[in-house]
Write a protein that binds this ligand. Structure first.
Ligand SMILES: [Mn+2]
Ligand SMILES: [Zn+2]
Length: 320
């Protein structure tokens, strides 16, 4: 399995609360549920810490014990992270950090997956349209709760207030029958994940997307899953995120596309599953990204070129 990853925070002022990582056979992607500024959470570590700890534990469990089902690996991870801060934080607080989770594992001839909450898994199957696995229970629960927030301009104080009250009212539906399920402190949530397995040789590639990356399709409607897989294969995850930012920046107040955050953390993993030896070369992201897909790296490279050109015009005395 070959894997390409990209992740970018929605704002330079906040930590990236998504987490994406891969081992030889496993890829995990989590989206920590953002606690809006000014909301009490009971946890001094925060959402980014939670998503990173849980993602790392899930990656370890799923990789080291391939015979253990992914739901069990997630439950073990939830327990471990809970134990890390049960003594120092109030984990009964309704605002306690939580996260979505996707895990994909190549296990012998099978490709196994787990999807909990609203991150999106897109499978590029050999015959037919992409298979999209996402858990819409949060979207169904939130449909009525978010109408007040969505009517207000994103970034305004009224919107921020409505976002806080929306987040607080969602808490009573979290991890309850009839509500929606996410990873937080209760390992039983793992048993509510969508899971499945299919022969690995029927899948060309798999894409794991946080909702900050999937929004180009499922919120903005600017492209479809087929073209998204093509873009990921040809230009890589960073280019997908760059396009999300361009769309978000064209609608900073959420008038065209109402949303909780003008820019959300965005993460994508693209896993190429076909064999490495005999298959034709995959339509893989080029190793050297083009200028248009470089994004922030372009500025880094320009700064580096400047340093280098100054150094070259003032050569240091050579060693004796
Ligand atoms: Mn998100
Ligand atoms: Zn904590």
């Amino acid at each position: 399995m070959r894997v390409w990853l990209a992740s970018a925070p929605g704002s330079t002022e906040r930590l990236n609360e998504d987490f994406v990582a891969a081992s030889n056979d496993v890829v995990v992607l989590l989206d920590g549920a953002g606690t809006p500024t000014g909301t009490e959470s009971g946890c001094s570590h925060g959402v980014a810490w939670y998503a990173r700890q849980l993602g790392a534990q899930l990656l370890i469990e799923a990789s080291v014990t391939p015979r253990r089902p992914l739901t069990e690996a997630l439950a073990v991870g939830i327990n471990r992270v809970r134990d890390m801060h049960a003594d120092t934080c109030d984990l009964t607080h309704p605002g306690t950090p939580s996260a979505t989770a996707i895990a994909v594992r190549r296990n012998g001839r099978d490709l196994e997956y787990l999807v909990l909450a609203d991150s999106v898994l897109v499978l590029d199957v050999l015959d037919g349209a992409p298979t999209v696995v996402t858990d819409d229970r949060l979207a169904q629960t939130s449909r009525t709760l978010r109408s007040e927030m969505d009517a207000l301009p994103t970034g305004s104080p009224e919107h921020a207030k409505a976002l806080r009250s929306y987040t607080e009212s969602l808490a009573s539906y979290r991890n309850t029958e009839g509500g929606f399920w996410v990873a937080n402190t209760d390992p039983a949530a793992a048993t509510h994940a969508l899971t499945g397995s299919l022969p690995a040789d029927t899948v060309r590639a798999a894409a794991l997307l946080s909702d900050g990356a999937s929004r180009l399709v499922d919120r903005f409607g600017l492209t479809d899953w087929t073209d998204t897989l093509k873009l990921l294969g040809e230009e890589g995850p960073a280019e997908l995120i760059r396009r999300v930012r361009v769309a978000e920046d064209s609608d900073p107040h959420g008038e065209r596309w109402p949303r909780g955050k003008a820019n959300d953390d965005a993460s994508a993993a693209y896993c190429w599953l076909s064999g490495i030896r005999s298959d034709p070369e995959p339509v893989a992201p080029s190793v050297a990204p083009t200028a248009k897909s470089k994004g922030p790296f372009l500025e880094l490279e320009r700064a580096f070129d400047l340093v280098r050109s100054r150094r070259d015009s003032n050569p240091q005395p050579s060693d004796p």
